[in-house]
Design a binder for this molecule. Sequence first.
Ligand code: FE2
Length: 405
Amino acid sequence: MTEQIDEIANLITNRVLDEVKVGRFYKFIMPNVVLVGEGATIKLGSEVQKLKTKHALIVTDRGITKLGLHGTTVNSLKQAGIEVEIFDAVKPDPDTEVVAEGISFAKGKGIDIVVGLGGGSPLDVAKAIAFLLTNPGSIHDYEGIDLIHNHRLPLVAIATTSGTGSEVTSNAVITDPKRNKKMIISSSALVPDIAVVDPRLTRGIPPKVTAATGIDVLVHAIEAFISKNSITISSALAHRSIMMVTENLPLAVGNGEDMDARHRMAIASLMAGMAFSNVGLGACHATAHQLGTTYKIPHGVANGIMLPAVMTFNSLVCRDRLREVASAMGEPVEGLTDREASLKAIAAVKTLIQEVGLPSSIREVGGSEADFPQMAQYALQDPTLLSNPRQAGLEDLIAIYRLAF
Ligand SMILES: [Fe+2]
């Protein structure tokens, strides 16, 4: 038994030290300031003051303004002497039109800082507005990786859901309604200057949304952990995030007033975001983006449906990493082969998704096999696929959709 444990320890150590052995160069980007904790939003004004800006555009949605969740942000900025405008027209799965609307709203007002407040959608729109106000052309010109050349406006991201990790990531996802396609804009220029994670803002979120956004966190953490670009720093963040989601998501779904569980989910989301923003995601997000667009289902729900199928596909090349995922999820893996342990990880993920009440197949959300070739075609072009540990072609992606069906 001891020998077996030593063998596993060696394997893990070798894997984590790969980047050193091969002398790999990498950069790790995070916001300059991360404010974390209950009531962290109160401190925003004094941090923004340090950026020497005077006129903020808050980008959010009507749900937030109706509930008055923007109050603390507005007060904190105003108390620091900063003028505030509010653009609250963002809808879920935001498209190019709402971005254009936000830009015309901002123009001529002397806006010198953009503050995204909300779930992934307002934060993605805030990122898009912040760089489009200082860069030429339309948002379509920036679809892809590292195409933003001019400095964007200073950017703050305040997360009100524990899910997207968008407050710390270098991505924005904006839908092109003409092509019915989610465009991914990925650039280090999109990492906010200041991120705020205030679990108080997540208090009123209903259980279904808590479940979906929480499973999104799990997918971020697992995809970052098994990413072919994974490095020690990202692995540490992702591993801890997987542990925290497994323990705390059922508690936060079961009782939305459990602020300890919500606080830990907010931190897990932040850590998973930092990890995947630097090392990428994988085939789960690539396939889930198209699943979500085609059947109009929330991002986290789509990810939960795809995750077990994608892990099964990937397990052929990363059983050792999935052994660690199983272990982080509390599964006993001692004495198991890597294959057995990786199957435990897949089973644990399925159990968690069922436990929090999310659908576990494409069939359940009314999908049809006839759509898979087109969805796979788009998924193949999704930049998140680039860091998937196993190379996936068109037929593979169709097979993954079938497996999730
Ligand atoms: Fe996601």
